[in-house]
Design a protein around this ligand. Structure first.
Ligand SMILES: NC(=O)c1ccc[n+]([C@@H]2O[C@H](COP(=O)([O-])OP(=O)(O)OC[C@H]3O[C@@H](n4cnc5c(N)ncnc54)[C@H](OP(=O)(O)O)[C@@H]3O)[C@@H](O)[C@H]2O)c1
Length: 298
């Protein structure tokens, strides 16, 4: 059975198209971590590029109780200098892998691995794995094409990819199944599409995302027909995907995490395949990296 893990970009940055609360305060982070740990959530996802997230986590005693996954600094932010990437990697490990090896280190941008310095980055991570500082090496991807290219070149242990009730593309294409067949661990992000799936009032959609209205209306209607919350339906779809190992959720306060934990249990009793037909296939709406372009074009 797949399990929840907690995303922490919100601990280091004011992140998310629906986030009106800004960066989570350190007191709230402490409460969220306590709530997570009490309910058996045992993994955190962070990244060197998530503002202060790694630093905030390194200061919290409760962080010891979690397996940690972090991500390399993108080469572009290091002006293409590999020694700077290595320096940042050591900094992440010194902050986070104090008491035990890091569960996973992901290459944050697949392009870094596919470019001319890919082999050097891969070698760097292999060395850290051999030294016992990292258990699994992986990559964060945005598309099926990136995933295919990476898997052709490197024997990754872990992949983080976007997937949710509207964005079912990697299930429909067979990628989830193939990854599972090859024993590659799958962590899913974008479970709530940055919170858009949980908007009560569709009219409150940002102007540049109005095109999502019909898909969101169908999703809300289905939750009504099934007699469950939209939160339970979003989680229920993911819970039914047995190839997925971890479903990452991002929260901005402890109450949201409590609601997620309750809904995760509720989601277990939803009928199989009850949301498979809610998928859409519109890259510019499903990929948050494209949203800023939509904003500009309006
Ligand atoms: N490339 C990468 O590697 C990458 C990229 C993006 C994210 N991530 C990881 O994935 C994690 C999750 O981010 P995501 O983009 O996938 O976000 P998400 O989990 O799809 O959505 C998170 C947002 O949903 C809203 N939410 C959560 N619980 C709620 C509840 N009970 N009721 C109402 N709203 C609720 C919150 O927004 P509001 O309360 O503000 O509405 C929250 O900020 C991040 O923390 C990060 O670790 C990784």
């Amino acid at each position: 059975m797949n399990r929840l893990a907690l995303g922490t970009v919100q601990f280091g940055l004011s992140y998310g198209v629906t986030n009106t609360e800004g960066q989570v305060s350190e007191v709230s982070v402490q409460e969220i971590l306590q709530e997570a740990s009490q309910h058996g959530i045992d993994m955190l996802d962070t990244a060197a590029a998530y503002g202060e997230s790694e630093v905030v986590l390194s200061k919290q005693i409760a962080t010891n109780q979690f397996e940690l996954v972090s991500k390399t600094r993108p080469l572009s932010s290091m002006k293409g200098k590999l020694d700077q990437v290595e320096k940042a990697l050591n900094q992440s490990l010194d902050r986070l892998a104090l008491h035990r090896p890091l569960y996973g280190m992901l290459i944050h941008h697949a392009d870094d691995l596919l470019g001319p310095q890919g082999d050097d980055i891969w070698k760097l991570l292999q060395e850290k794995k051999q030294q016992g500082r990292i258990c699994k090496i992986g990559v964060s991807v945005y598309s099926a094409q990136e995933l295919d290219l990476i898997c052709q070149r490197y024997a990754i242990d872990l992949v983080q990819l976007p997937h949710n009730v509207l964005d079912q593309r990697l299930r429909i294409s067979g990628h989830l199944q193939t990854l599972q067949d090859n024993c590659i661990e799958i962590h899913v992000r974008s479970a709530f599409l940055q919170g858009l799936l949980l908007l009560q009032d569709i009219a409150a959609l940002p102007v540049h995302l109005q095109e999502l209205k019909p898909a969101l209306a169908r999703f809300q209607q289905r939750a009504g027909e099934l007699g469950c919350s939209t939160l339970a339906l979003a989680l229920g779809y993911l819970r039914q995907q047995t190839a997925i190992d971890r479903v990452l959720v991002g929260v901005v306060n402890p109450q949201q995490l409590t609601e997620i934990i309750v809904a995760w249990t509720e989601a277990a009793s939803l009928p199989l395949h009850c949301a498979d037909d809610l998928a859409i296939d519109t890259e510019h709406l499903l990929n948050p990296a494209k949203w800023s372009l939509l904003k500009v074009s309006q």
